[in-house]
Design a protein around this ligand. Structure first.
Ligand SMILES: *Cc1c(COP(=O)(O)O)cnc(C)c1O
Length: 379
């Protein structure tokens, strides 16, 4: 691998992340390797033997993600998965045993309650506490693993990763951070002391709404061996095409994150300055409860803004009136999306609560569209 992590900035690192040494007459980013098995005469020797264990397209993507999550830290390993949930489950179910205790957020990703149920069915004690105010810190006693999601999805509360890591490590607990919303260009949990940085690559990492992907980065070799073993056991592996598309998308990550954070801030300000009160949440707004810690541990505040319109009907009218923003779930894509979160029934949010994901449109166009939809939906 060509050394790109030394003196370079983030944009440079993103466009070159994970590229192999140039080979004459070969492409810069080799195409996807479609192989269920590899030629293997004689003794079984890696790296590539069977397609559920390793694939050269994953290897390059894993290097790329590792260079962004932990630049210059050669001891960090990265593993890619079929989805964010596959990555999350691989950490939880490979690290925890019956009788262990895990501390989870009670305001995190909407599939976490299902995970809690499954962990409990395996005899693992699950304790939950909110993300805001570092409330998980108070319930760490005897825990084997602390799971953090910051900023939380969809509430956008932020906790102090370094402070929670210190408290967890003092009690012998490992710490995993769901870094989906921030992306590695927004926050680097391993540098803040976390043992794992885990994410859905389905969102802003790949950013085009066309790929499901997940990853786990970790420094502890033994723990990562167990995560790798879990991936092999459940076979939650990405297809070579998805892995390649993800790698191709990472080249523009810095451009997308810059534009989308700027757009999110502009949308948040427009909502904040509106004559009605919408309880706007964005970690990059100086008056936001998340701002203080976010500005210490994040390098960008993300593309998601949340706010609450007075009623369900108003929120539906607003979403309907938007022309540049698709009514769709997920977030992080180059095309803005928004949805009334309450329609899923999983999050504890008011009926008029909207999660808005700022895309890469021109800022003035996007803000104008939001303002117009607010006016029209008020009629
Ligand atoms: C979407 C999401 C996940 C799950 O990722 P998938 O790729 O959909 O499996 C996990 N955590 C957070 C914070 C998410 O937003």
């Amino acid at each position: 691998m060509r050394e790109t992590t030394g003196a370079t900035g983030e944009g440079t690192r993103a466009v070159r992340a994970g590229l192999p040494e140039p080979v004459k007459n070969e492409p810069t980013l080799p195409g996807p390797v479609f192989a269920a098995h590899f030629h293997l005469p004689g003794d079984v020797e890696g790296p590539y033997t069977y397609g559920r264990d390793e694939n050269p397209t994953w290897t390059l993507l894993e290097r790329a993600v590792g260079e962004l999550e932990a630049p210059g830290q050669d001891d960090v390993q990265t593993l890619v998965f079929a989805s964010g949930m596959a990555a999350i489950s691989s950490v939880l179910f490979s690290q925890l045993r019956a009788g262990d205790t895990v501390v989870m957020p009670d305001d995190g990703y909407q599939a976490l309650p299902l995970v809690h149920e499954q962990l409990r069915a395996y005899g693992i004690q699950v304790r939950t506490a909110p993300t805001g105010g570092d409330a998980q810190r108070a319930v760490l006693e005897g825990a084997r693993l602390l799971w953090i999601e910051t900023p939380s999805n969809p509430g956008l509360d932020v906790c102090d990763i370094r402070r929670l890591v210190e408290a967890a490590h003092a009690r012998g607990a490992l710490v995993a951070v769901d870094n989906t919303l921030a992306t590695p260009l927004g926050q680097r949990p391993l540098e803040l002391g976390a043992d794992f940085s885990v994410a859905s690559g389905t969102k802003q990492l790949t950013g085009h709404g066309d790929v499901l992907l997940g990853y786990v980065c970790g420094r502890d070799a033994q723990a990562m061996t167990a995560v790798r073993r879990w991936r092999k056991l459940v076979g939650a592996i990405p297809g070579p095409m998805e892995a390649w598309l993800a790698h191709r998308s990472i080249a523009t990550l810095q451009l997308r994150v810059e534009r989308q954070s700027a757009n999110a801030l502009a949308v948040a300000e427009a909502l904040r300055d509106w004559p009605e009160e919408f309880a706007v949440r964005y970690p990059g707004l100086p008056a936001d409860p998340s701002y203080k810690i976010a500005s210490q541990q994040m390098r960008r505040f993300g593309c998601v803004v949340s706010f609450t319109l007075p009623t369900r009907a108003r929120a539906e009218h607003f979403l309907d009136a938007l022309r540049l923003v698709d009514d769709a779930t997920s977030f992080g894509g180059v095309r803005s999306t928004a949805e009334r979160r309450g329609r899923w029934g999983g999050d504890a949010v008011p009926d008029g609560f909207v999660r808005f994901s700022a895309g890469a449109e021109d800022t003035e166009d996007l803000v104008a569209d939001v303002r117009r939809a607010l006016r029209e939906s008020a009629d």
